[in-house]
Structures are given as C-alpha cells and as structure tokens.
Write a protein that binds this ligand. Structure first.
Ligand SMILES: Cc1cc2nc3c(=O)[nH]c(=O)nc-3n(C[C@H](O)[C@H](O)[C@H](O)COP(=O)(O)OP(=O)(O)OC[C@H]3O[C@@H](n4cnc5c(N)ncnc54)[C@H](O)[C@@H]3O)c2cc1C
Length: 323
C-alpha cells in the first residue's frame, strides 16, 4: 500500500444496486460525502430485467436499467461520487472510531470512517446455453418479481429446497399450472413446505427430473425434461421458467472479517444494519435471504446510512457507541 494512493473519506458504499443507491441518497443528504464503488454490475441485479412492476412510485412499471439510472442521478444530485471499481480486499478496524481500509481493483486503497456493504446476492442458474439465451425472455430467477407476467399461463420451476417450494406455491396462485422439477428422488424442503406443494392441485411435481433444454428462440415456448433415472425425455408447453436453486451472497471478500451465516449472508444485529464491527454496516440482499426485493433492499439501504450517520455523530459528541 503506497502512501500517495491513500484517500480518507467519511463513508464508503460498496455496491450500486437499490440498497447502495438508497444508502447513497441518505448519506449524501446527511453530508457524509459518500463514495460508491459500483462493482462489476453497475446498477445491480435490476439491470438484468426488463420490467419492474412492483417498486412503489411507478404506476406504469419501469424497466430495470432506467430505474437504476434514475437512482444514480438522484444520489449524484446530492453529491455522491460514483466510481467504477471492485473492492478486492478489505482491512476493517475492530475499534470504535477506527479507520477501515478497502482496496479497489487490487491497486488503490481507500480509507473510510464508515463502510456500507451492499454487494447483493447472485442468483444461481443451471448454466445451459438455452437457459442463458432466454433470460429476460421467460427465464427468471425470481417468482415474486416476475410471476405476475405469467398470470393464467403454464410455467415450470426448478429446485427442491424451501425457496423453490415457496415459489412454486406462490406461482400456483397466479398461474394455471406449475410443473416442478426436482433433480433427486426427494425434496430438500422442510416437511411442512413439501406438504404445501403436494397439497396444491395445480403443481405437477416431478422427481428425478431436470431441464434438458429450454425451447424457444426469442421467448420461452416450452421445456424438454430429462428423467435422469430412465433417460426418457418429454416436451411440455410453458411460457415461463423459474430457476429456484439458490443464491450466492457476494461476501467472499469479507470472509474472516465479518460474521456470516453458514451460507455466506452477512449477519446484522437485531433490527439494525450493524455488523459485528463498529462502523461497518450491511444492507440489501447481502444480509437478507428472506425477502430479496428491490424495495426491501432500498429500505435497508436507508437504514444503513442512518446507522452510519448516527455512529459518526456519537463519536463526534464522544457518546458511548455500541459496536
Ligand atoms: C431477473 C431479476 C428480476 C428481478 N425483478 C425484481 C422486481 O421486479 N422487483 C423487485 O423488487 N425485485 C426484483 N428482483 C430482485 C432485486 O433485483 C434485488 O432484490 C435487488 O436488486 C437487491 O438489491 P441490492 O442493492 O441488495 O443488490 P444488487 O442489486 O444485487 O446489487 C449489488 C451490487 O453490488 C456490486 N458488487 C458486488 N460485489 C462487489 C464488490 N466486491 N465491490 C464493489 N461492488 C460489488 C454489484 O456490482 C452490484 O452493483 C429481481 C432480480 C432478478 C435477478
């Protein structure tokens, strides 16, 4: 770390999704002069979707990239500096009032009094070429986000865990039929969730089944299913395919420094966004495996900025700061 590359700031925001931008709006209006690093996906997950219909304030809906550009403009209006760059290493202080360090793109170090982590969680996909080609054209990793677009239509869902079971029953309320593909001969989901699935009439549950190919050129028109025991293949007509095989929180870089759940989600204290380290806060999907929505991410982004502002104010007035 060479001295001429050090920069000391009040508030570093890592990640540029709805959580990061909302934190930026609040932090810049509180005069924390935040600097945001966007990461590899400027604008976050919503830039991969065409239609956002459920974010309050857009009666006609809005496309994801436009919404994220508007959030960026709003944050910049109050003085947030948005920089392209990836945080590749961190050295967080354990002391109240300590200085946290973050390395950008393996070269430049930034020192910050507070850090807001909003690095999100990445949905896992199967990796089939036909699935990747049709992402946004009927293949989705979020039933709550996109299920409504398939009202009264036939869809399929892949996965056998609690989230898949929950999303299958959610879709069954909206869609005429849900074919659920479980790769093994049993589901990983809890017994209660399994019951919910098997008790829902319009869910066609198929064990030992996996996607062979998603059919359609521009949009999903069907699915070829492979029975991995018999080797038989079958084609069904669907208009939407939901992948529910899990998410990976983007927390690799914080390993060993911040407390995490077994699956990598950051642990925050009670109803706050405080991590185990003073001055380091977490907001959005990176600390929320339950809801994972833009509006909830934005809500916790607001909380993180308020927590950061209060933390700095308490230090300045020499109040006792809870870690
Ligand atoms: C296809 C799809 C459609 C969706 N549709 C909807 C919808 O209609 N309505 C809805 O409410 N929700 C929707 N969601 C969910 C919604 O996108 C997420 O809940 C929301 O984006 C989470 O916001 P976030 O700010 O926590 O993280 P993200 O949006 O995931 O953003 C994370 C940010 O962190 C950055 N980052 C990661 N690692 C680093 C690093 N090391 N250094 C710097 N930056 C880093 C990334 O580049 C990115 O900018 C959808 C999700 C998907 C995948």
């Amino acid at each position: 770390m060479s001295d001429n590359k050090l920069e000391r700031i009040k508030c570093l925001i890592i990640g540029s999704g709805p959580a990061g931008y909302t934190a930026a709006i609040y932090a810049s209006r509180a005069d924390l002069k935040p600097i945001m690093y966007t990461g590899m996906e400027p604008g976050g997950q919503l830039t991969t979707t065409t239609e956002v219909d459920n974010f309050p304030g857009y009666p006609e809906g809005i496309d994801g990239p436009t919404m994220m550009m508007q959030l960026q403009k709003q944050a910049e209006r109050f003085g947030t500096e948005v920089r392209i760059g990836m945080v590749t290493e961190v050295e967080f202080s354990k002391e109240v009032g300590g200085i946290h360090k973050a390395c950008i793109d393996n070269s430049t170090w930034v020192e910050a009094e507070t850090v807001i982590i909003s690095t999100g969680a990445t949905a896992k996909y199967l990796g089939l070429p036909s699935e990747q080609r049709l992402r946004g054209g009927g293949v989705s990793a979020c039933a709550v986000c996109d299920g409504f677009f398939y009202k009264n239509q036939e869809v399929a869902i892949v996965g056998g865990g609690d989230t898949a079971a929950e999303e299958a029953t959610y879709l069954a309320n909206i869609c005429s039929k849900v074919t659920m593909l479980v790769r093994k001969d049993e589901m990983r989901a809890s017994k209660a969730m399994q019951h919910r699935v098997t008790n829902t009439k319009n869910i066609d549950l198929r064990y030992n089944s996996q996607v062979d190919e998603v059919l359609g050129e521009q949009v999903v028109e069907g699915l070829r299913i492979l029975n991995n025991v018999t080797g038989e293949k079958e084609e069904i007509n669907i208009t939407g395919l939901f992948i529910a095989i899990g998410h990976k929180p983007n927390t690799e870089v914080f390993k060993g420094q911040l407390d995490m759940h077994e699956d990598g989600y950051l642990i925050t204290q009670g109803k706050s966004t405080k991590t185990n380290l003073p001055g380091v806060f977490a907001s959005g999907d990176v600390q929320d495996k339950e809801y994972r929505q833009a509006v909830t991410a934005a809500g916790t982004g607001c909380m993180a900025a308020l927590d950061a502002e209060r933390y700095l104010a308490a230090i300045e007035s020499k109040e006792e700061v809870s870690a």
